[in-house]
Design a binder for this molecule. Sequence first.
Ligand SMILES: *Cc1c(COP(=O)(O)O)cnc(C)c1O
Length: 337
Amino acid sequence: MVNLDWSKLPFGYIPTNCNTRCYYKDGKWGDIEVSTSEYINMHMSATGLHYGQQAFEGLKAFRGKDGKVRVFRWEDNWERICFSCKGILMPELPKEKFKEALFKVIKENEEFIPPYGTGASLYIRPLVVGTGAKIGVSAAEEFLFLILVTPVGPYFPQGFKGVDIQIVRDADRAAPHGTGRYKIGGNYAASLASGARGAKEGYKTVLYLDACEKRYVDECGPANFFGIKGNSYVTPESSSILRSITNLSLCALAEDMGLKVERRKIPVEELAELDEAGACGTAAVITPIKSIQDRETGKVYTFANEPGPTSTKLYKRLQGIQYGDEADKFGWTTEVM
Ligand SMILES: *Cc1c(COP(=O)(O)O)cnc(C)c1O
């Protein structure tokens, strides 16, 4: 194992041994290759550079107490990257190729998989990008699929604590019939400026409302929003949010714990009726929300100072499954080695 200060690692990029790649050319995907280069060589008029033809994924592998390495719900990430690719006219990668590239990159970087008990994990970032040259607006004919990995530290080095967030009404990350349901860089570009402004104003992330009516809660920066209201787990139903695999997992766990799961529109005013609120995604699992300030109206919705009991329970159960401490009754983890 390499010598890193595992529990102090940031959520950032640290070079590893290699990445895996696969090229699409002449109408088909080639063989999986291992590359030690951190750079990619592409034509200056590649569609990925000019027209945003680019999709990505984020998943994690965890080392358990038993020393085994488990990857969480990878088949769902494969399905989702295919969905994103289809949405912006890129070819879907066959499941077997995705699996080969994934398992290979994890195994080849074994010494970068953090030890059990440090709260750290191996972050895995698959990427598809249009590399074929075009000037007229159209899809490329050549693509690169790549998976890079990097060890990341615990998202909450100071412990699981609530954050303050901000509702923005003067910016949208995606439109109802736009690309919000795909995991693509374009949505991120659309949210960078409002996210940076929110950070400057002291907020961990921003909460977007539905772009059409500005009446309903939509996406929480790069994460899904959820709330706990009495005995219910509520999360927005919307055509412009990403289908978070963490959220799907929390829904299943909530149901298993006897909560009612409601996937429906959440009017902004209903935030006042929630007992707990949180953002969820692979990076942090759950980011508990302490307060939500409406930037335009000045209204503030506050929640329990410490993370609420239900969010904490959900967080612990999901992490328990990911690290192999708890029985994986849903079959979410796959042993890699
Ligand atoms: C990746 C992502 C999420 C979280 O999805 P997970 O599968 O839980 O990691 C939520 N929203 C957006 C916009 C995302 O890009």
